[in-house]
Design a protein around this ligand. Structure first.
Ligand SMILES: [Mg+2]
Ligand SMILES: [Zn+2]
Length: 208
């Protein structure tokens, strides 16, 4: 069994949209995300995207469009020298009560079975409380970024008294931390690494 890096999509890899990403034209990579994903490949672990796409259940986008967006996303990441092992999404409406919509851990459990993942040593990078809670539900170590909905969600997490997660500015900083934390020799993003490292604080320190 290998650990994996699980990644939320909107607000982590690409810009979050309040009105949902409904086409490939509306999918815009966040600054540094492609380079970060290329560097993350140095871990040699599966990298799995776990995303709620209720726009399907809301009738705003078809499953085929979601599949096209994900195929284009994976192609762009691959061209940039990175890799994505799998993309798992929940298409359901929030009122459907499905087991796969985060904060429920259904997608994580399905991916773990499919790829024989060691969840206890895996990480989940997300921008929302639902990502943190899904990670907690199955013993994955959560990392909260401050892109996307991250700043609002940090306040919500503090108000809920949830402080068991690692806090970083963005995906490039998460990758810096992961590569350092896993004690691997990997090329650093020289411009951002020193700054990112000093910007990393624990959630409890940030809350005080
Ligand atoms: Mg998100
Ligand atoms: Zn679902």
């Amino acid at each position: 069994m290998l650990p994996a890096i699980f990644l939320d999509r909107d607000g982590v890899i690409n810009h979050n949209r309040a009105d949902y990403v409904k086409s490939w034209d509306e999918f815009v990579f966040l600054p540094g995300a492609l380079t970060a994903l290329q560097r993350l490949g140095a871990l040699g672990w599966p990298i799995i995207v776990i995303t709620n796409q209720s726009a399907v259940g809301r009738g705003l986008v078809t499953p085929l469009t979601i599949e096209i967006i994900h195929a284009n996303m994976v192609s762009a990441i691959t061209r940039a020298g990175g890799h994505i092992t799998d993309v798992c999404y929940c298409p359901h409406h929030p009122n459907d009560g499905c087991p796969c919509r985060k904060p429920r851990p259904g997608l994580l459990l399905t991916a773990a079975r499919r790829w024989n993942i060691d969840l206890a040593n895996s990480y989940f990078v997300g921008d929302a409380m639902t990502d943190i809670l899904a990670a907690h539900a199955v013993g994955i170590q959560p990392i909260l970024v401050q892109t996307g909905r991250g700043r609002d969600q940090l306040i919500a997490l503090r108000n809920a008294g949830i402080d068991h997660f690692h806090l970083v500015p963005d995906l490039p900083a998460a990758v810096d931390w992961l590569l350092d934390h896993e004690s691997l020799i990997a090329p650093k993003s020289s411009a951002t690494n020193a700054k990112a490292s000093s910007a990393i604080v624990t959630a409890s320190a940030a809350a005080s």
